[in-house]
Design a protein around this ligand. Structure first.
Ligand code: FAD
Length: 321
């Protein structure tokens, strides 16, 4: 048997990689919402996430607030933004302009999405980008034109992946084929839609790897701490939460009990995903920090040792164990 090569034997390479941590935020819709969001941002910053993603309203409705938030994150915080971008409602020329603007302000990661279609289904206009795959290719073209600015480096392009069938897709197999196509077009990683059954992430991972998808697939988990949020999620993402979770939330007597239920369910999902080999955890925060931080406290993720500011745990109510 030959001895291990110096590269294989290097101590840094024999360690398992730290688990990535990220949060999703959305641009505020009012000054009051902006104030809450910035409290959340400051709380989340103390956990030293690897990046925070900022959503983009399909149709570009919140383009200015999204870019403004990303700019402030870059200028005023230690956080690295991942900018969501959608095909729906923007011409390729407009999208190329937004991509260039994002790169110019310092963004180095974009989540390329088709976006949700308008309620009436919308009409696909001539020349518009139809799929997320088309947007990835556009991002790569703009990146190429700015390669000197990027020191000939690459920006990270992420895409959506679906543990349960996308509402418009004929099958889960088709979803995996689409994910493979997005990888071939230049996607570097994927973040999943929310899911509520512990085995769903592992099943997606198995199907994707069998089909040839090699990029990291990061599970997106959302603490569902109110029935209002459950309803909203159904409307937005077409994902039905587990009936048992809905029943438990409906039977709960207080906000604290609902918080406890939502956090525990999220921790179970995240742990199952980590057991299946998830390289990171992406927390959908709804711009609130309390449930995200409670999840994090209970997860004890094996993370890297980036310096963090200590957060004031006494300032928030503790959950009963
Ligand atoms: P695509 O990958 O383009 O897929 C859309 C549909 O077309 C699917 O049914 C797919 O099966 C089908 N399809 C794709 N390619 C092909 C092909 N080549 N041939 C045939 N069929 C094809 N929405 C927003 O509006 N703003 C956001 O900020 C946002 N953030 C999100 C973040 C995450 C992590 C996730 C998971 C979703 C997010 N969404 C967001 C929702 C997303 O836009 C919707 O789920 C949308 O319906 C599909 O987007 P997609 O990028 O997966 O599209």
């Amino acid at each position: 048997m030959s001895p291990p090569s110096p590269i294989e034997a290097h101590p840094n390479l024999s360690d398992s990689a730290p688990v990535a941590l990220s949060y999703e935020l959305f641009p505020p819709r009012s000054p009051a919402a902006a104030e809450t969001l910035w409290t959340t941002i400051r709380e989340l910053e103390t956990t030293a996430p690897d990046y925070v993603s900022v959503t983009y309203g399909a149709s570009g409705s919140n383009r200015n607030t999204a870019v403004e938030l990303i700019n402030r994150l870059l200028l005023e915080t230690t956080l690295r933004p991942l900018a969501h971008l959608t095909c729906v409602g923007n011409t390729p020329q407009e999208l190329a302009g937004i991509i260039a603007e994002l790169l110019d302000i310092g963004v180095r990661g974009i989540l390329a999405l088709r976006g949700d279609l308008p309620k009436d289904g919308g009409r696909h206009s001539d020349g518009a980008l139809r799929y997320a795959q088309d947007l990835i290719e556009l991002i790569r073209r703009v990146e190429q034109r700015r390669s000197a600015l990027l020191c000939a480096g690459k920006i990270a392009v992420g895409v959506a992946a679906y543990p349960s069938r996308h509402p418009e897709s004929p099958s889960e197999e088709h979803d995996v084929e689409v994910l493979l196509a997005k990888q071939r077009s230049g996607a570097d990683f994927a973040i999943t839609q929310v899911f509520f059954e512990t085995e769903q992430y592992a099943s997606l991972l198995t199907r994707a790897r069998r089909a040839g998808v090699t990029i990291p697939i990061i599970p997106g988990v959302m603490p569902l701490t109110s029935l209002r949020r459950v309803t909203r999620l159904g409307e937005l993402a077409g994902v039905e939460p587990a009936p048992a979770l809905v029943e438990r939330l409906a039977a709960a007597d207080s906000d604290l009990e609902r918080l406890h239920i939502g956090v525990d369910a999220t921790v179970d999902l995240a742990n199952a995903a980590l057991d299946a080999g998830a390289p990171g955890i992406h927390l959908y925060t709804f711009n609130e920090h309390q449930s995200a931080l409670e999840v994090l406290d209970k997860l004890a993720l094996p993370r890297h040792n980036r310096p963090v500011t200590r957060r004031d745990t006494a300032a928030r109510p503790q959950l009963a164990s």
